[in-house]
Design a protein around this ligand. Structure first.
Ligand SMILES: C[S@@+](CC[C@H](N)C(=O)[O-])C[C@H]1O[C@@H](n2cnc3c(N)ncnc32)[C@H](O)[C@@H]1O
Length: 196
């Protein structure tokens, strides 16, 4: 499994600090139950738990999750880690105060249904916070998926997140310095959307 191989390096390949967009917009997430999709080595779930959220983290890489568990233990926080493929994981209905999706690049046949499951799984008033690479990222070569089909755009998110009210949606270039595998100029889309 490619992600298990990547995560088998001894260091945290995306670092142990949270994603910048999540950190900047933490106050926009309602306190309560939060689901971290494709959480990898745990930097974002640990940050959320440290800030008082009740966190569930899902990823298909057992190696990534083990590193996430170790990080949570070191930082003294409790996280519900779930080893699952997002193609099959049941997000539930009206379950989550917030869902966080950071660089969760899955193929379109998984992503479209996943985004509609997010809409259903958020509680009323619940918030989705998402950052992903756009197709423009391929020209930078500073991380992210090699296949443009796995990237996202503002237009695509508007379509796939039908049912949520978009509060913030922006494509931008920014310096992403988040571990050894995401370092340099990056082209991203950032989204905050709410279930009214
Ligand atoms: C670029 S990493 C981002 C990790 C983490 N969100 C972060 O920002 O540090 C992408 C993650 O997606 C996970 N992933 C990819 N496809 C998946 C799938 N179908 N189901 C669950 N997780 C998946 C990988 O295991 C990996 O941890």
């Amino acid at each position: 499994m490619i992600w298990d191989e990547r995560y088998s390096e001894s260091h945290y390949i995306y670092g142990t600090s949270p994603n910048d967009f999540l950190k900047e917009h933490l106050s926009e997430l309602p306190k309560g139950k939060v689901l971290c999709l494709a959480d990898g080595e745990g930097r974002n779930s640990v940050f959320l738990a440290e800030n008082g959220f009740e966190v569930t983290a899902v990823d298909s890489s057992s190696v990534g999750l083990e590193k996430g568990k170790k990080l949570a233990q070191e930082r003294g926080v409790v996280i519900n880690h779930i080893h699952a493929d997002l193609a099959e994981y049941d997000l539930g209905l009206d379950q989550w105060d917030a869902i966080v999706s950071i660089f969760c690049h899955v193929p379109p046949p998984i992503r479209g249904p996943l985004h509609q499951h997010i809409v259903k799984a958020l509680k009323k008033g619940g918030v989705l916070l998402l950052e992903a690479y756009t197709p423009e990222q391929l020209k930078f070569g500073t991380g992210g998926p090699p296949d443009p089909a796995l990237t996202m755009s503002a237009t695509l998110l508007k379509q796939e997140l039908t049912g949520l009210t978009i509060k913030h949606l922006e494509e931008l270039e920014r310096d992403v310095v988040e571990g050894t595998h995401h370092t340099g100029r990056g082209a991203v889309v950032q989204c905050i959307a709410c279930k009214d």
